[in-house]
Design a protein around this ligand. Structure first.
Ligand SMILES: *Cc1c(COP(=O)(O)O)cnc(C)c1O
Length: 388
């Protein structure tokens, strides 16, 4: 049994993939070829935003969003400690300070009630807040932006987050790396904040055959800045540089792959939702397992199907039982970001974010992809029921 089955997907679209890749070999525009603009247009239409920018990775998409808002030293960017490292890495890379806010255990996403309290700590320069522990007493932080993450494919609570951000004049960046194809109140993920950033890493809901990403926004001025940033801060032409940027372009071949995969993507999102519904039917009766709960009005992209065991010991027992039947599982994420060695200088301690820390100890993910066989899901459920 596979954790994610990319081969089954490839089998379905292989002739179209080959045709599109060969077409790139024939036209020879390996960088900024016509497939890039076609992909930007298609995905913009699908998500329902006016401006899109294909780029080299989800990490670059996030980095450029922060650069476009001129985030730098002395700026506080609020985010979740329960995410992939890149979410906070880009903040530090620009010399800004990640200010963590604990999650809501029911969605694994940043908790809006806690977000407002933490923003107030920074705005009021409340030196008892953990982020000030390691800071020079003369140094202050300016609240600038929020990066909310749609973890495992479930959109964060944007109606609440956007309202709070507006109140304090902050920009909201949607880290939609795991949520492409998800929805909230009739709007697609990647359209839920000032700017959104997704990833096309192979294991994401829509993946290419290498690295890729995209920025989405309805802000025309921001879109122009992003476009400049991804080609070394270019101005009117390639050798006119008006800001410091990066080499953040997507390869044309990856756009060709994505166009091919996107043709079946809406159907695949439905198949993932069917698989998630089956898991819920099969596992719903297990009292000491907490299943993922999609909030009312939302639809998940099901990048992962993640469960909470009762304790770390209970999780190990369940994973071992599954492993013995050759059923793969994974832990996203075993260590919250505030406890990563590299962030030690930020001054956070164990106990600062109890819900993130508790989830890191209890969480595990089951095989999830559009082509998972119902019989395999039944087998997984039997093992989990027996293991208790
Ligand atoms: C994968 C991921 C990223 C980074 O995307 P890459 O394309 O791998 O650079 C950022 N944030 C989250 C939440 C992710 O899952």
């Amino acid at each position: 049994m596979q954790f994610i089955d990319l081969a089954a997907q490839q089998k379905r679209i292989r002739p179209d993939l080959e045709r599109r890749i060969l077409n790139v070999l024939d036209h020879g525009h390996y960088v900024l070829g016509p497939e890039i603009a076609e992909l930007e247009k298609r995905l913009g239409d699908y998500v329902g935003v006016n401006h899109t920018l294909a780029c080299a990775s989800g990490t670059d998409a996030l980095l450029m969003a922060l650069m476009a808002y001129e985030i730098g030293p002395g700026d506080a960017v609020f985010t979740t400690p329960f995410s992939f490292f890149a979410t906070a890495e880009v903040i530090s890379l620009l010399g800004a300070t990640p200010v963590f806010v604990d999650i809501d255990e029911s969605s694994f996403n940043i908790d809006p009630r806690r977000l407002e309290a933490v923003i107030q700590d920074i705005v009021n320069n409340d030196r008892t807040h953990p982020v000030y522990r390691s800071m020079d007493p003369r140094e202050t932080l300016e609240a600038k932006a929020v990066i909310a993450v749609d973890l495992f494919g479930i959109p964060a609570d944007y109606p609440a987050i956007n309202a709070i951000a507006q109140k304090y004049g902050l920009k909201v960046i949607e880290d939609a790396a795991q949520s492409f194809g998800a929805e909230q109140n009739g709007h697609m993920a990647s359209s839920l904040a000032n700017v959104a950033c997704t990833s096309f890493y192979p294991a994401k809901p829509l993946g290419c055959y290498g690295d890729g990403g995209m920025c989405f926004t309805n802000d025309e001025k921001l879109a122009k800045t992003l476009r400049s940033l991804h080609i070394h801060g270019m101005g009117d032409h390639q050798y006119d540089n008006i800001r410091v940027g990066i080499n953040g372009r997507m390869d044309t071949i990856q756009a060709a792959v994505l166009l091919s995969k996107f043709a079946i993507f809406p159907e695949e999102t439905n198949l993932r939702n069917d698989a998630a519904n089956r898991y819920e039917d099969l596992l719903g009766g297990i009292a000491n397992l907490k299943l993922p709960k999609v909030p009312v009005g939302a639809r998940s992209a099901w990048a992962q199907y993640s469960l909470l065991a009762e304790s770390e010991t209970h999780r190990d027992l369940l994973r071992n039982a599954l492993r013995q039947k050759n059923i793969p599982t994974a832990i996203y994420y075993p260590k919250p970001l505030h406890l990563q060695d590299v962030f030690k200088p930020l001054g956070y301690r164990k106990g600062d974010f109890p819900d993130s820390e508790s989830c890191a100890k209890r969480i595990f993910s089951l095989p999830m992809h559009p082509y998972i066989a119902p019989q395999d899901q039944g087998k997984i459920a039997d093992v989990l029921l027996d293991a208790g």
